[in-house]
Design a protein around this ligand. Sequence first.
Ligand code: WT7
Length: 675
Amino acid sequence: MAWLLPRRCYLKVCSQTSRGPFLSSIVRAWSGGPLTAYMPEAVSFPGSKNHQGLYRMSVEQVDTFWGTLGRNRLTWISPFHSVQDCNLEQGWVAWFLGGQLNVAVNCLDRHVHRAPNKVALIWEKDEPGKEVQITYRELLELTCRLGNTLKRQGVKKGDRVTIYMPPCPLAVASMLACARIGAIHMLVFAGFSAEALADRIQDAQSETVITVNQGLRGGRVTELKQTVDQAVKWCPKVKRVLVSMRTEQKVPMSDLDVPLDEEIMKEDVCCEPVAMDSEDLLFLLYTSGSTGKPKGLVHSQAGYLLYAALTHKYVFDYHDGDVFGCVADIGWITGHSYVVYGPLCNGGTTVLFESTPLYPDPGRYWETVERLRINQFYGAPTAIRLLLRYGDKWVKKYDRSSLKILGSVGEPINTEAWEWYFNVVGEARCPVVDTWWQTETGGICISPRPSDPGDEIRPGLAMRPFFGISPCLLDDKGNVLTENDVSGALCISQAWPGMARTIYNDHKRFLFMFLTATGFFFTGDGVYRTSEGYYQLTGRLDDVINISGHRLGTAEVEDAVNQHAAVAESAVIGYPHNIKGEGVYVFLVLKKGIYISRETLTADLQELISKKIAKYAAPEYVQITSRLPKTRSGKIMRRVLKKIVENKAHQLGDLTTLEDYEAVQKIIEEHKCLL
Ligand code: WT7
């Protein structure tokens, strides 16, 4: 069965749909007023022409600002009666109350009505030069067929559907099919191990998994179906696994498995969208926190969609006809908001990048930019740092004149990388937008806004808050720092439409983690506010490390390390890494009477962690020591270990609570030998 429906089928289907009652009835029933109403240009706020004016309105006249945008940019089945009802202190966040809509209709049907043959997705397959274009009409049809397949398989409104797939049109259609029938999707990055996948399936109590036979990345095959088979063994509640064929390779199919491509072809191209309340769940996405267990953040329908669409439009100055190229994997929040929901809600053309920056050579990104005429390119500093090492020739070889804006996300971008991105890639004419946000925030929160002509951009600064975001800095005693030229913990004092609503099945943890007693949303990041009031992110304040823009809890890695038979206890630290931003460094103490060489143990742990979490989490350094530095009450002093791996052993800070200074001295000496 072909991976994508052959063109001939689409044409047949299209002629049916355009004659039949399907599209016209949906568009009549669901799009309400004139379609221009949601076009960005149709909304203006008198007297607030520049970003500053609009920004002030967005945080001071919340109901007017967001109510106008909610009405104009989204298509409603029934209108909302209140713009918002939020109380961060009580952990209560609700936007567009009383309203009903369908996210898939907002991302597809209304654009099909206006421009059915406009390209929605460009699937940049792993093999260069083999891109596939999918129009809005085709994507709608694929989504409807998938929605019907899911329903036939027994998936109902509110059910959680796991999507374990690389970036591909079927993955996007799966997300939208869930949205269409009211199911809640949960993507798991296709680089995660069977155990990590199983943990997430179980936590979400998901009965349905969608996957592919094999993945293809950087010319290498990954056995995704095999990983799912393994995971499903630990998840007795899974009732069905829908398998599509990304490659020709047949895979063993069990009773649970459903051949997805064949099933899709049997289904009707009409699938009625379900009317969803604004605050119904749209998706879960798991991310690491400072405890061992990843948390399933919950995003809801209307607020999330509006926020993703607005940030996409204004941060990237996206205009109709532009080709938007975000190279993130759809398994991360960046893929959700800026490959799928933001661009599609805006009726844009979005690139689905399946490959890697080095395949087949370090020119891949820029060759893709030239071939697809990408206008906005959005990537991660880690890739920029990596490509910079290969020199300018790989960039200059290709025509980048289509580029207008360059975006950066996932971690702080160092000055060298920023300058190379700006001067070499963007030929010093494309603004670089360093965008700060998190899985929890749903969309970009702090970033320059190049569509505002008065905006200024400085290297390495995320600059200023987006509409609706009120940053606030706390000192280590929890006092609010109101002045400029200060550093503190970054919090957000007011609710905004795109923020996560809770942690799945664990609202208490949500309250505890994010909404501290102050009633502020606590981000876990440190920030410096310059004398002009601009924001510069300085890194995590908690036990979360950032590897190539991927978040990893040190406690998660410690859990895995401690499962090794030789290990008594361990402490995992992020250390500065030239390319990845941070790497994993493990300190450990062996069980009494055990001898194992450091090389063997390192190899063992690399394998163990790849198996338990993912390959990117595997440690680079393992240091065996006899005692870990602890406080008198027995807590490991990771802060001290962090200074050691940062080679700042001369600045260990306050050691009054340290129980055993000799242990620290010994670790410093051993560390020197290891490097
Ligand atoms: C953490 C969120 C946001 C999508 C990708 C990662 C770090 C993110 C920046 C930036 C400095 C950044 C923060 C944040 N981060 N963007 N522009 N400058 N740090 O999403 O996995 O939820 O991770 O990534 O530490 O808290 P995530």
